[in-house]
Design a binder for this molecule. Structure first.
Ligand code: OFO
Length: 161
């Protein structure tokens, strides 16, 4: 049995995960338009993963007989300066999601909600990986700066995801 505030927060997280998907879809569309096809591939796949993150919360709410609210979503930013801009924004977004997940764990602990706390541990680990992925790409992009060959090499590597 989850508390009312946990139910509300889990629904808010469903929204946050779908917003993540929208943000990465928007980045994918921009990258495709600018012929960064590797990045576009990376971001379409990232968006798909975010939908899966959202659905894990939906399934968990079903398991605990919680109410599920389907959220409305805001239109994401659609214009970016560069690949570095995209991945820096992605990294900042993932840090924001990490802080949200940690807040959920805090609430579960406060509520004595061991089941939700256990469920959330997957997301705690996932966020370490998510931040690492974006941070590594930001580092590589900073290393090559505005050298076209380097940028294209990184973009091509991202196409292999
Ligand atoms: Fe990118 O981890 Fe979910 O939101």
């Amino acid at each position: 049995m989850i508390t009312a505030r946990m139910e509300k927060e889990l629904n808010a997280q469903i929204k946050a995960e779908y917003e993540s998907a929208f943000i990465y879809m928007s980045m994918a569309a921009w990258a495709h338009k600018h012929a960064y096809f590797g990045t576009a591939n990376f971001m379409w796949k990232q968006a798909k993963e975010e939908e899966e993150h959202a659905m894990k919360f939906v399934d968990y709410l079903k398991d605990v007989d919680g109410n599920i609210e389907i959220p409305g979503l805001a239109k994401p930013e659609g214009s970016f300066k560069s690949l570095l801009d995209i991945f820096e924004k992605g990294l900042e977004h993932e840090k924001y999601i990490t802080s949200r997940i940690h807040n959920l764990v805090t609430i579960a602990d406060e509520d004595g909600d061991y089941a939700t706390s256990d469920f959330l541990q997957w997301y705690v680990s996932e966020q370490v990986e998510e931040e690492r992925n974006f941070r590594d790409i930001v580092k590589m992009l900073k290393m090559v700066s505005d050298h076209a060959n380097g940028i294209m090499m990184i973009d091509s590597k991202l196409g292999a995801r």
